[in-house]
Design a protein around this ligand. Structure first.
Ligand SMILES: [Zn+2]
Ligand SMILES: [Zn+2]
Length: 111
């Protein structure tokens, strides 16, 4: 596996206005997300039903002001977020994160 894969973040941090998280990818692509949408997309067994893939977590369950206290790498394939609401079991594979990118370019690719 190559670390230079396009689905590898080269940096992650807060956006300029402080309300978003910005992920820069090895291929130069930039993903800007709200921490809220990222928290809502948590793929752990507590937030998504493992058997059906259905989301258990609902938008109302997540505080709009949620933010990551800590972001850590899991091996070479994923990131783990420790959220301000105490949740921290979600492991977000890079490719999953990339698919969450809400930009026009990625949205048009996904369809
Ligand atoms: Zn979760
Ligand atoms: Zn994108």
């Amino acid at each position: 596996m190559s670390l230079r894969s396009e689905a590898t973040p080269s940096s992650i941090g807060p956006g300029q206005d402080g309300t978003t998280l910005v992920i820069e990818w090895a291929d130069g692509h930039v993903t800007e997300l709200t921490p809220w949408s990222l928290r809502l997309a948590c793929p752990c067994a507590g937030c998504v039903d493992e058997m059906t893939g259905r989301k258990i977590l609902r938008p109302d369950d997540v505080d709009e002001g949620v933010y990551p206290l800590e972001i850590s790498y899991v091996g070479r394939y994923a990131l783990r977020f420790d959220w301000s609401d105490g949740h921290g079991t979600g492991i977000y594979p890079f490719e999953y994160l990339r698919r969450l990118c809400p930009c026009m370019l990625c949205a048009s690719r996904a369809s």
